[in-house]
Design a protein. Structure first.
Length: 272
């Protein structure tokens, strides 16, 4: 039997999914124990107890300067920027993606520009954003929009172009206008695909957010990581990185659940 035809069962799938994480933890614990055995003051690979103590301080002890619980205030600040940036990006991308995908004149006019603009490294224009918009929230949110919108737009344009031509011809035969075709035929089919594009944009969005916070911010997860790095506080940096990863993972799960329950026909079509 060929390897490509072998499929694990439900229990096997669960074990395989957990195995890489378990191996990573085991390797880290072994490396941390070895370093601390050689040097009890080692800071590069803190022990679990050291990280737990640091996170207890960050999450449940009020900061003397601000009176806030830093982990939660940082998380709220970062999530606010992330959600605002992605919301604007999705709104812009959905309108432009459908319009350009449907209208040939717009495709000829904008597709080359969008393709070229998507190649501009967003982090390279971050200094320009800070000069134009200042170092406040506007520049950080704008960076997320610039970094994610072009790719979502390009994906939606391709998805619109892949729609069966027969659907559009039938709608026109029944007397539908371009506006009605967009509302009744194209948009309902693009909504679940928009969620897929948004899921793929979560990683880059976090990257741009953390980068912007590291350069110019007074709060946020990225700001905190780059603030404590000067003290070599790996017992805070590593848990913060894990926390960011967990938040991104939960975002992805939430989007998948929304797609599954709001558009069950789409999940069925993908499984065929």
């Amino acid at each position: 039997m060929r390897l490509i035809n072998l499929h694990p069962g439900k229990r096997g799938s669960q074990i395989l999914a957990v195995l890489p994480f378990a191996l990573l933890v085991v390797v880290y614990l072994a490396a941390s124990a070895a370093r601390h055995a050689a040097n009890t003051s080692d800071k590069l690979l803190p022990t679990l107890s050291q990280m737990a103590a640091a996170m207890k301080m960050m999450a449940f002890t009020q900061d003397m300067a601000t009176g806030q619980y830093l982990l939660w205030s940082d998380t709220l600040a970062s999530l606010t920027r992330l959600v605002e940036g992605l919301a604007i990006s999705v709104a812009i991308s959905f309108v432009i993606g459908i319009a350009v995908g449907m209208v040939p004149y717009l495709r000829k006019l904008l597709v080359p520009f969008i393709a070229a603009f998507s190649m501009v490294p967003p982090l390279a224009i971050l200094p320009i954003l800070f000069i134009i918009a200042g170092i406040g929230e506007t520049a950080k949110v704008t960076l997320i929009v610039i970094g994610t919108a072009p790719f979502i737009v390009r994906d939606l344009i391709l998805r619109v172009e892949e729609l069966p031509l027969a659907q559009l011809i039938k709608a026109q035969t029944l007397g539908a206008t371009s506006w009605q075709i967009a509302l009744r035929v194209v948009m309902p089919q693009m909504l679940p695909r928009l969620i897929d594009a948004l899921r793929l944009s979560l990683g880059p969005a976090w990257l741009y957010l953390i980068s912007a916070e590291a350069i110019a911010a007074q709060d946020g997860l990225g700001y905190r990581i780059f603030l404590v790095r000067r003290y070599f506080a790996m017992n805070i940096i590593i848990p913060y990185v894990i926390w960011i990863t967990l938040l991104a993972f939960l975002f992805d799960i939430a989007l998948r659940l929304i797609q599954r329950y709001a558009f069950p026909w789409f999940a069925g079509a993908k499984s065929q």
